[in-house]
Design a binder for this molecule. Structure first.
Ligand code: HAM
Length: 416
């Protein structure tokens, strides 16, 4: 039987793993600049956490949770996203008492049992942030700016930022009534899924991807009259702050997001090159989630970017070339013995280097050196053994010189 990785998952081979590392490194630098701190949570949680936070009627909870059962224990699920876990950890550790207003980030795998397609995996990665403990609209602008800053740092151009205002819980309730009465006589013209959504999650009809539903929606007018004045004011400040930061955005009154916890500002960053799964990342406010989970009455806002979608949107990110500083070429047994010792003394100094373990000819060792992208080649033969030296060749200029073995480290440090 031929075994392969489960459908919708992928092995990240070394060259691509390097790309992930680069994205993570850049993200961490940017999170530091914005004063966000890493919070690592388990990759599985009690299934009830997701049922209570994401909404019983959402697609994620109804169809996409990958659950784990172990004898006699509670049912667990692999995390489909991290916001719920961050809030759970925040409450569990009483972080509101210790840290007060707090800003967290996370980088890691998420799991959704979806039907795999381009840009839609069962295991994918999020780079995300959550700021808990403030209703200040400048914080919404900060998180939007932070997500745009990350996307630009990854070299992605041509993205679109859509924002919308869902209003507070009361506004959402009014809106849901308003939508139902507006759509009631037309719902038969929508797809089967939307007809189901009419009862269980009417907002999701607004972001249905079905062309016929999109056409139908164009026929109805969505006025903002369901939003209270506080929420309107809040959104006005967010927009003004984004304009001052010179961030281009579009207001999309059809942007509702697929998770129940959102209130007030929501946003999504899309890229036309991605096809039907076009969101690079998304986020928004969730002002009731912390109290809903038994925590204090605190507001919060966050986002998550999908790493695999960002890799699709900027193929150039994948061109990172792995390289090392030095490659040892040894010409006989004695030289290999000495080379192996020198190799590891360089590694003790964190100078990246390697040698060939296949007992290969000079020609094939040279080929391996080229493949490794080494900046220098260190050659040891009979003559070098006799004089306790090495030949150091600079691969870009082709210049080579003989130096004493005990000067190799300082010589290399001078050159790199
Ligand atoms: P989300 O929109 O479900 O939001 O996911 C964020 C991003 O993850 C998407 O925009 C997309 O790039 C990526 N993504 C989602 N599902 C998949 C998949 N199956 N395969 C590949 N990539 C995928 C959240 O998860 C919220 N927790 C974001 C948030 C944080 N809101 C507030 N704080």
């Amino acid at each position: 039987m031929k075994l392969s990785a489960p459908r919708g998952t992928k092995d990240i081979l070394p060259q691509e793993a390097r790309v992930y590392q680069e994205l993570e490194k850049t993200s961490r630098q940017i999170f530091d600049a914005f004063n966000y701190h890493e919070l690592r949570t388990p990759i599985f949680e009690d299934v009830k956490l997701f049922q209570r936070t994401l909404g019983q009627t959402t697609d994620i909870v109804q169809k996409q949770l990958l659950s784990l059962k172990s004898d006699g224990e509670d049912e667990f699920a692999l995390r489909p996203e991290a916001t719920a876990s961050i809030v759970r950890a925040y409450i569990e550790h009483g972080l509101h008492l210790k840290d007060g207003f707090s800003k967290y980030y996370y980088i890691g795998p998420m799991f959704r049992g979806e039907r795999p397609q381009k840009g839609r995996l069962r295991q994918f990665h999020h780079i995300g942030a959550e700021a808990i403990g403030s209703l200040n609209p400048y914080l919404d602008a900060e998180l939007i700016f932070l997500s745009v800053r990350l996307i630009e740092a990854f070299g992605i151009e041509g993205y679109t930022l859509n924002i919308n205002n869902l209003g507070c819980a009361k506004d959402k309730e009014n809106w849901s009534k308003l939508l139902r009465s507006t759509l009631k006589n037309r719902i038969k013209n929508f797809c089967n899924l939307c007809q189901e959504r009419f009862d269980r999650n009417v907002f999701r009809i607004l972001d249905c991807k079905n062309e016929a539903c999109k056409e139908e929606l164009k026929k109805i007018s969505l006025k903002e009259n369901h939003i209270c004045s506080d929420c309107q004011e809040h959104f006005a400040v967010v927009q003004e702050a984004l304009k001052n930061l010179k961030i281009n955005f579009k207001i999309s009154s059809f942007l509702v997001r697929g998770l129940d916890y959102y209130t007030r500002t929501v946003f999504e960053i899309t890229h036309a090159s991605l096809g039907s799964q076009d969101a690079l990342g998304a986020g928004g406010r969730y002002d009731n989630l912390i109290s809903q989970l038994g925590g204090p009455d605190l507001s919060a806002v966050g986002f998550a970017l999908g790493v695999e979608r960002m890799l699709l949107a900027n193929k150039k990110i994948n061109e990172t070339q792995d390289s090392i500083i030095a490659y040892f070429i040894t010409l006989d047994k004695e030289a290999t013995k000495k080379g192996f010792l020198l190799l590891n003394s360089l590694r003790n100094e964190n100078i990246s280097c390697d040698m060939n373990y296949e007992g290969a000819s000079l020609k094939s060792q040279m080929r391996s050196a080229n493949k490794s992208g080494a900046k220098f080649v260190i050659i040891i033969g009979e003559d070098e053994i006799k004089t306790d030296s090495v030949t150091l060749k600079d691969m870009s200029s082709g210049n080579q010189e003989k130096i004493k073995s005990n000067q190799l480290i300082s010589e290399l440090k001078n050159k790199i």
